[in-house]
Design a protein around this ligand. Sequence first.
Ligand code: FRU
Length: 484
Amino acid sequence: MQPTSTEVPRPRFHFTPRRHWMNDPNGLVHHGGLWHLYFQHNPEGLDWGNMSWGHATSPDLQHWTEHPVALAHRTGEQIFSGSVVASRADCDVLTAYYTSAYDDGHQAQSRATSDDGGFTWRTDPGNPVLDRGTIAFRDPKVIRYDDGHAARWVMLTVEADDRQVLLYVSHDLRSWEYLSTIGPLGATGVVWECPDLVKLPLDGDTDDPRWVLLLSTNPVGDDPDPAGSSMHYIVGYFDGTTFVPDFPELRRLDHGRDYYAAVTFDDAPGREAVTIGWMSNWRYAHAFPTAPWRGAMSLPRTLTLRTVQGRATLVQAPPAFVREHLEHAASTSVAVVDRPAELSLTGHSLLELRWDPASTGTLRMQLRGAADAFVDLEHAPGTGSLRLTRGGPAAEAVHPDFPSTTTVPLPGDRPARLLLSLDGPLLEVFVADGEETASNLVLLGAEGVIASLETARPGTVHVTAVDVEAPTDVALPAPAAVLS
Ligand code: FRU
């Protein structure tokens, strides 16, 4: 039987809208000491429609306050995804670019400005300001390009159906000139959505930066891939005009089923690249049984670029507050002998596991709660990967494509480290501080979760577990109880 919405607890340390539908993060910007998160929102219902920009802010990326709708749909026009930048010349003005999705089917880029720090917006009377007369021209992401000689604004947009990213340049954030096109490349049978282009030093060397193209792809057509939406990246070089990939190949950014449309914040402190993604999948987003809200954001992640096996690889670290919660927790060494060790968690929990696959052999962890469903994690050293399975009758009832097994690269020949963030229906797995990630919606019920852990051979698994308190509770996070 499909779980009712009351059995899917609202996340405590992730953003969810108070009410109604949410998809992509939009307009991510750090401004006036606050992280601003705008989001694709239906202010009138639990399903996609009437698309508008909702708005929330956070001082610390953990606690969010929702504000009134920032950009509302109007007759004949929905407000699709886009971005916000803080003008470097006049610090008090924010400029938003979004897609006007007109009822006649055509899509073009529009502009709005805010001079009260992002709370109220004035749309430009000249909108749309960038229009090709096409039907899938969307998701403007404006970035700052500054090579020390010349600074400029660059806008990335997609022609979604053509699997192309189009780049434009501006000096005044008002008029735009075409620069170049990326793609088509990679798999056919998908649309390209929500691009971003991020400059990152390779292995911390600021004299040796690369540019990373972030891209979301969603299957379309007569026989779409049932795995649905996913995110990818390409590492390359950008000279302010043209992006040249190292290898013209899309690499998987997150191995789970529910991580989409992630982009970076503009003007983050220390010029760090911080992302947030939408934790769902267009395949079944409409069917996930929550109310009075539907849609959740991921944990924020800090991006870096590290050489792994000779290739520049994107690393996505969890936010500082996750580390801080874990540091307050008592670390527990669990000796797994002849029966599974069990941890009792609230289900709003952070869990770090360290073990040596060479001595333990296969490690299995199952998560179960009151719902008639399960989540299994299994690492068999010989496979070089972690398998994540979600299943059971309640999972099957969501949508035929909801039950799934996904694999995450995890070598078996050296000590392994996993960080699991479980917050109600949101499970995010970070391998080795984010060298690989996997994000999945899960159904476990509302009355706490038992994590049972077993290994093929007797051995020690070091476990650090902490339950995160509800936002209204200011007490330090309590360590999770270890049952056996
Ligand atoms: C991606 C997307 C965007 C579009 C928005 C509409 O999830 O399809 O391409 O702007 O959602 O809500």
